[in-house]
Design a protein around this ligand. Structure first.
Ligand code: ZN
Length: 198
């Protein structure tokens, strides 16, 4: 049974599709939006559409950016021979926040998961292999310590080592199944410094 008019229900439905938004929060947000001045609603929808239309993958590292090359790949002050492989752009941001890593990144946009039918071709692996033909000395595998993250790490190691490039894995201390973005900076740095050769 619909308590609200069709348009309000439609708005609540759309909002409740967002991650972490249950039916109750969706209702609260919908009424908040309806009470906002139209100019503010325009600014919000404009920001969403603008981001959606301009954000794309960095030509080099595949992170989400609004230019051809992301600021990290475009920087001459970074060590381009050291590539840290992460699962998503939020993980990249977590390491950037520490301010102590001076290499560059590669964003896979996922991890290998046989259970979910996600194979090597479904993540940005080919793009990484292309980069390795350049001058790369070390690949630091910083995928999550979940089953998928570990599977991806082993796969990467087998794939890259024959090319004579050093492959390292960030130390555990990152809790099993833990998402990198929720882990504090000290733990992240310790994991980076304590990385071991694969
Ligand atoms: Zn980049």
């Amino acid at each position: 049974m619909d308590y609200y008019s069709t348009k309000i229900t439609a708005l609540i439905d759309e909002l409740s599709r967002l991650p972490g938004i249950g039916a109750k929060s969706a209702g609260r947000l919908a009424f908040h939006l309806l009470n906002m001045p139209e100019a503010e609603v325009n600014r919000l929808t404009g920001a969403i559409l603008d981001a959606k239309r301009t954000v794309r993958y960095c030509r080099e590292c595949c992170t989400l950016t609004d230019s051809d090359l992301c600021p990290i790949c475009a920087s001459t002050g970074r060590d381009h021979s050291q590539i840290m492989v992460v699962e998503n752009t939020r993980d990249l941001a977590a390491y950037e926040k520490t301010g102590k890593y001076n290499g560059v990144y590669h964003v896979l946009h996922g991890a290998i998961s046989p259970a979910l039918g996600i194979g090597p071709a479904d993540i940005k692996l080919k793009e990484l292999m292309t980069r390795l033909q350049g001058n790369v000395e070390e690949v630091i595998v910083a995928t999550n310590s979940s089953l998928e993250g570990e599977t991806t790490a082993m796969y990467l190691s087998k794939l890259i080592k024959p090319a004579g490039i050093r492959v390292t894995r960030i130390a555990s201390g990152v809790p099993v199944g833990g998402d990198l973005e929720y882990i504090d900076e000290v733990t992240l740095l310790r994991a980076l410094e304590g990385r071991t050769q694969l």
